[in-house]
Design a protein around this ligand. Structure first.
Ligand code: SF4
Length: 313
């Protein structure tokens, strides 16, 4: 007999879309979005595939040791005891050579306090080398935000702004933190205007009045170009600048060192489009920038985020 369980997709995201999980004879048969949850029935492709992931024959359920050459994909199942012994042996080998920093600790996306456990372990062991998915997913924007504004800004989408710049994000498809897709959907329905900055024609492109198909990795230049236009045409809030910012002259000098010709050539975005987008953004009664992981994937990720934070301010 089929039963329906309410659940949350928390393990694949920070938030967790509300799910309805259909179970028959102890097996998940179907997953749907829960319309009564705070995510209003939204579920992405990953969430829909929970059942498939759960029962997939390739799902890793126990430690394995590589028995072939690298890339041959040949593995042997081992016990947890053997796995721990092997790890201990290899870590001690680094330590005994007085080279603890040669151990690199890598992790996926831990949740909450789990995040700090590996850092603590690595640091007590003597290695500063810890990397995680966050290194190219959120951490650069978070670090840049704390450096620039002291906090991580996020717009109030429940009260939709007049204009939304979506920069390197595809929220309708991926719903970061399990909450953004329904919120973005709400802003679309309530009439927010959209500008999309993305090399790809995502589903938001058809809802945007401007789509800037930027060359990948040139986001920083485009952001500096927009700041340049906004400063040159004095479209910024002077009172805000005087009251809340430092280094405004230095910013002007920095963006002054780039020409719009150069920015157009590097980004693939015409000067007219840079000016049009800057004016639209600066003149909007209320506007925000929704950014995504694409910012973190650029070489200049922290500086790109800082330029975008400057635009947000
Ligand atoms: S958006 Fe995140 S939380 Fe929602 S279904 Fe997809 S993976 Fe799960």
């Amino acid at each position: 007999m089929e039963r329906i369980e309410k659940a949350s997709c928390g393990r694949m995201d920070h938030g967790g879309c509300g799910l309805l999980v259909y179970v028959e004879e102890g097996r998940v048969t179907k997953v749907k979005g829960d319309p009564d949850s705070f995510t209003r029935g939204y579920v992405c492709a990953k969430g829909l595939a929970h059942g498939e992931r759960l029962y997939h024959p390739d799902r890793l359920k126990c430690p394995q040791r590589r028995v072939g050459g690298k890339g041959e994909n040949r593995w042997k199942r081992i016990s947890w005891d053997e796995a721990f012994e092997t790890i201990t042996e290899k870590l001690l080998a680094c330590k005994n050579r007085s080279e603890p920093e040669k151990a690199l600790f890598l992790q996926g996306t831990p949740r909450g306090l789990e995040n700090m456990l590996l850092y603590r372990f690595a640091h007590s062991f003597g290695s500063p080398n810890v990397a995680a998915t966050g290194t190219v997913c959120f951490a650069p924007r978070l670090g840049a935000s704390i450096l620039t504004t002291g906090f991580y800004p996020h717009p109030d989408l429940e009260h939709p702004p007049e204009l939304i710049l979506v920069w390197g994000a595809n929220h309708l498809a991926t719903s970061a933190d399990g909450v953004l897709a329904p919120q973005v959907g709400l802003t679309v329905r309530k009439g927010s205007r959209y500008v999309l900055i993305d090399p790809r024609k995502t589903s938001l492109a058809s809802k945007s009045e401007i789509h800037l198909q930027i060359k990948p990795g040139t986001d920083l230049l485009l952001a500096l170009g927009m700041i340049k236009v906004i400063l040159k045409e004095e479209l910024y809030d002077r009172e805000f600048v005087e009251k809340w910012t430092v280094g405004f002259e230095a910013l002007g000098a920095h963006v002054g060192s780039y020409s719009l010709d150069e920015i157009e050539k590097e980004t693939g975005i015409s000067q007219e489009d840079i000016k049009r987008t800057s004016r639209l953004y600066a003149h909007a009664g209320s506007a925000c920038i929704l950014w995504g992981n694409a910012i973190d994937h650029t070489i200049n990720n922290v500086q790109t985020a800082r330029a975008l934070l400057t635009l947000m301010a």
